[in-house]
Design a protein around this ligand. Structure first.
Ligand code: SF4
Length: 375
């Protein structure tokens, strides 16, 4: 069992908070699809005959591609890899790309999960974030996707956009509840240095919201979603009826995956490799028959730390038995006093052989994880 991630590095315009790899020059689109098809062929041995159960188109904005282009990439994946019977096939999509016709075509291609970049339903906040869509397009595309037959819809939400926004976050959550998506990814806005917001922050035009305020927004999201039957199966991800993102769950469980396209990462269980995050360099290298990737061999300590970092974020927790048997690492024994202190403060709990964050602990997830890492 393994996954394939395809990175489509184009966007209509740059959202002011975004530091993913993308270009707003669509001129290289056709060449990029051709290069991705070539890379799929070149990488066909990477997953060593694993069966692929998840395919994920991410970006950038994959919904910028035509259905024909997405279909060609799916064909390329089918040609080079062994695919499970009913794979989860996710497309990240922006509301302004989703007409009824496009949604029907995507559905016919076998795409069965849409992850829609809504972020907020407030017109002024959408403008502030420099999103390309408006709130009507967001609502309309979700209603249309339902009509077409999509049964797995994720809505991306951003909170902590500004201070004094509890009211508007409640409004966003109410709107989401009306639309009843199966899955919600809710992220706190972080201001990254190489973004427009990063630049504004440097100039003193904006500030990051205060920690206590951010914590309250996080609690509000979790409270409202839990009340409405969503399970917080990962710190930032909520699902109804166990409709978890299989693809992302596999990342958190350290399942192997192949990433294709500029800036995509891959993991084969022992090493990680990173494709160059530059469209021109990627195209040039692929056209000369070379995969432009940097490889990092993961030692025991790195694999242990990745397991702690990823596991603690999820409801499956950090598997203490696996750490012992696979990596000969006894997390509790190594950190006895620290772990005792965290238990006493009600930050962590044990369920069978798994270490989990409590509700209180989730508010301090990064700090707790940092303390438990093998240094
Ligand atoms: S559409 Fe997505 S990837 Fe593109 S700039 Fe906005 S947030 Fe980033």
């Amino acid at each position: 069992m393994a996954g394939i991630y395809i990175h489509i590095p184009f966007c209509k315009q740059a959202c002011y908070y975004c530091d993913f790899h993308f270009s707003t020059l669509p001129g290289q689109r056709e060449a990029m699809v051709t290069a991705i098809l070539s890379e799929l062929e070149m990488q066909k041995g990477y997953l060593q005959n694993e069966t692929i159960n998840t395919i994920y188109f991410g970006g950038g904005t994959p919904s910028i591609l035509t259905s024909g282009e997405l279909g060609n990439i799916l064909e390329g994946i089918n040609k080079n890899f062994s695919i499970a019977k009913n794979p989860e096939i996710t497309l990240e999509a922006n509301p302004d790309d989703l007409s009824l016709k496009k949604l029907q075509e995507l559905f016919q291609l076998g795409i069965n999960r849409l992850s829609i970049g809504v972020q907020t339903f407030h017109p002024e906040l959408l403008k502030y974030l420099n999103r390309a869509h408006d709130e009507h397009e967001a609502i309309h595309c979700i209603l249309m996707a339902r009509k077409v037959g999509f049964e797995k819809i994720n809505i991306d939400l951003i909170y902590n956009i500004k201070s004094d926004q509890h009211q508007s976050l409640r409004y966003d959550l109410t709107k989401i509840m009306e639309l009843k998506p199966e899955h919600i990814s809710a992220y706190s806005l972080t201001i990254e240095p190489n973004t427009v917001f990063g630049n504004w922050k440097k100039k003193g035009k904006i500030k990051e919201v205060k920690d206590e305020y951010a914590a309250r927004q996080f609690e509000l999201v979790a409270e409202v979603l839990e009340e409405n039957g969503y399970e917080q199966y990962e710190i930032s991800n909520f699902a109804q009826d166990q409709k978890y993102s299989q693809h992302n769950s596999n990342y958190w469980k350290q399942v192997k995956y192949l990433g294709v396209g500029p800036s995509a990462h891959s993991f084969d269980g022992l090493s990680r490799q990173y494709n160059v995050a530059n469209n021109a360099q990627y195209l040039k290298s692929i056209s000369s028959g070379n995969i432009p990737a940097t490889k990092e061999i993961l030692d025991r300590k790195t694999l242990v730390n990745e397991h702690i970092m990823l596991g603690l974020r999820t409801m499956w927790g950090c598997d203490l038995e696996l750490l012992k048997t696979k990596y000969e690492f006894d997390l509790i024994h190594q950190n006895e006093n620290l772990v005792d202190g965290m238990f006493n403060k009600g930050l962590i709990k044990l369920e069978k052989d798994r270490l989990l964050l409590t509700k209180k602990g989730k508010l301090l997830a990064d700090e707790i994880t940092a303390e438990l890492l093998w240094v």
